[in-house]
Design a protein around this ligand. Structure first.
Ligand code: AMP
Length: 292
């Protein structure tokens, strides 16, 4: 996908709310509601989600909340980029009706005792590297669904394991929300758009391009089976490990999209080729789907 062009801002802009009461007021007579949950520092990837939401709803709600529950000790919670005025302007350009930007104290008035267990799928890949991450994600998504009561919610394929887990939560817990997937938006050089890309220096960004190159190389080997896909991607990443600055691989995995368990050597059909790596102090993730 290429970057959607910004739209002229409609007059007025979104109704910006910070508390459940304000949100409820803004959602009176909302008709069909679509929710786009985000952590802010909005970019073209978020825009593409808002456009999918716009297509299917009378009222588009964008939540902006850097959720402490999904960050582990030593992660980038404190330095995560925050820009509510800029985000509100982008939402205005996209015709978003309501922004919900609560504080952590509003979302978690008590220490959270009851949480959503992400199960075995939540312990693989991202969940193995970031223990508790998906419990934090699913818990805040469940809370947002309860606050906003959306008919649909849009999530990006960029976070493939996250959307798979949200789909499973909605199915397993009978939540009346349609989950809509949006393809990964990439910058023109191939890097997946991400709020965290602002952390990268020019040299780090050049090294980081090996992630998308590895995924493309892996996908090109699909005709030769899962092991060939993994080997082709690993070749690119092995080389990137020696680049300056180096790409420090966290994981490279080819997995079943329904469970995120490793795809066996005789796997046929859809799989997800996923990578996570650190460049400097920035941790990046990316993935592509591969048909075997
Ligand atoms: P975040 O603000 O990073 O938590 O992301 C909010 C939503 O935007 C999630 O559903 C992400 O998967 C999605 N998203 C983030 N980056 C991209 C991208 N490059 N392309 C498509 N969706 C994205």
């Amino acid at each position: 996908m290429t970057e959607p062009a910004p739209q002229p801002a409609p007059t007025g802009g979104p109704h910006v709310t910070h508390t459940p009461d304000e949100l409820r007021g803004a959602l009176a007579d909302a008709g069909r509601v679509a929710l786009v949950p985000t952590m802010g520092a909005l970019h073209g990837g978020h825009r593409s989600l808002m456009r999918l939401a716009r297509e299917r709803a009378d009222t588009v709600v964008v939540s902006i909340f850097v959720n402490p529950l999904q960050f582990g000790p030593g992660e980038d919670l404190d330095r995560y980029p925050r820009d509510l005025p800029g985000d509100t302007g982008l939402c205005a350009e996209e015709g978003v009706d309501v922004v919900f930007a609560p504080t952590a104290e509003t979302m978690y008035p008590l220490p959270q005792m009851i949480t959503v267990d992400a199960g075995a799928m939540g312990e693989r890949l991202e969940g193995a590297s970031r223990p508790g991450h998906f419990t934090g994600v699913l818990t805040v998504v469940a809370k947002l669904f309860d606050l906003v009561r959306p008919d649909s919610a849009v999530f990006g394929a960029k976070d493939a394991q996250q959307i798979a887990l949200v789909r499973r939560m909605v199915a397993d817990l009978n939540m009346p929300v349609e989950i809509v997937g949006a393809p990964t938006l990439r910058d023109p050089d191939g890097l997946a758009s991400s709020s965290r890309n602002v952390y990268l220096s020019g040299a780090e960004r050049a090294s980081a391009l090996s992630l998308s190159r590895a995924l493309t190389a892996g996908r090109s080997a699909a005709a030769d089976g899962p092991d060939a896909v993994r080997a082709a991607a690993r070749n690119v990443l092995d080389e990137a490990a020696g680049a300056e600055p180096p790409v420090e691989l966290d994981y490279l995995a080819l997995v079943d999209p329904a469970t995120f368990a490793d795809a066996p050597a005789d796997h046929e059909g859809e799989a997800v080729l996923a990578v996570a790596a650190r460049v400097g102090t920035t941790r990046l993730i990316d993935n592509v789907s591969v048909t075997l």
